[in-house]
Design a protein around this ligand. Structure first.
Ligand SMILES: Nc1ncnc2c1ncn2[C@@H]1O[C@H](COP(=O)(O)OP(=O)(O)O)[C@@H](O)[C@H]1O
Ligand SMILES: [Mg+2]
Length: 260
């Protein structure tokens, strides 16, 4: 059965796009059929998949959402799904910011992304959605489509603050729009175990959420190879197969697989 996973946080720079890039790669290496969806108008995920010139691509998530908003028929999926290695991708473009504005004024539009993805469930084991750093209409649409949410926390950014706001948004979505949504868990990213900040934040996260929410055992170390891999349009494990972050993302993917 296909699982739709949203990687979300209203904070920027916590490792959302990097997590979607590497989780989708690792799950595909484990033999799963994976679709990654870029749902951020900054299209960092699209760039992390090595697509530098989005104008060459006829259909991105923004044009599909626009068709949904206009009650138009979608093109066949071969025309909008990109195959990048073993992972499939629906890219995004800056046009998604126009969609964001339209979603805000269009009645009942929260369900449009869910409706768009629903027929694709048959073709995939995992659909993983990257979101933008806000709790606005795009993120609400993503959460409405989700079976579960993974929340990356970057210890350097005091990212624990703000978790409360995010969890209460998710609970509101659960009550009003999407009763099936579950918390997947918290993933600590960009960890530098030597720093006091890391120790401080990981204990804070632990004590605050251990009872209510899973905190994944895998933690992603901070390494310069991540930025280099992103820049080269590759997953870390593809870029350098011995890199600690690539190995950590593979272990994380196994945890995600296990906690179905
Ligand atoms: N484990 C890591 N080690 C080092 N740099 C990282 C790591 N994860 C992400 N980064 C870098 O941090 C920045 C923010 O990551 P990104 O995934 O774009 O976050 P978000 O999508 O939440 O804004 C990027 O420049 C990325 O290359
Ligand atoms: Mg991002």
């Amino acid at each position: 059965m296909c699982r739709i996973i949203v990687v979300g946080s209203q904070k920027g720079g916590v490792g959302k796009s990097t997590t979607v890039r590497n989780l989708s790669y690792s799950l595909s290496e484990l033999g799963h059929r994976v679709l990654a969806v870029d749902f951020d108008p900054q299209f960092n995920l699209t760039t992390c998949f090595g697509i530098s010139d989005i104008t060459m691509i006829p259909n991105d998530i923004a044009s599909l959402m626009t068709a949904m908003l206009n009650d138009e028929e979608l093109p066949p999926s071969e025309q909008y799904i990109q195959h990048i290695g073993k992972v499939d991708l629906i890219p995004a473009s800056i046009q998604l910011s126009v969609v964001d504005a339209n979603l805000r004024i269009e009645m009942g539009s929260e369900h449009l992304l869910a409706n768009l993805l629903e027929p694709l469930r048959e073709q995939y084991d995992y659909i993983i959605i990257d979101t933008c750093p806000s709790l606005g209409s795009l993120t609400i649409s993503a959460l409405t489509a989700a079976d579960e949410v993974i929340i990356p926390v970057n210890p350097q950014l005091l990212a624990v603050m703000g978790l409360q706001e995010l969890t209460s948004t998710i609970l509101k979505i659960k009550r009003r729009l999407n009763p099936k949504i579950k918390f997947g868990g918290i993933l600590l990213t960009m960890c530098d175990k030597r720093t006091n900040l890391y120790k401080e934040i990981s204990t804070q996260v632990d004590s605050a959420y251990r009872s209510g929410m899973r905190i994944y055992d895998s933690q992603i170390p901070m390494t310069v190879k991540v930025g280099e891999a992103n820049y080269n349009g590759m997953a870390v494990a593809e870029y350098d197969k011995n890199n600690a972050a690539g190995i950590a993302y593979m272990n994380f993917a196994k945890e995600v697989e296990r906690y179905a």
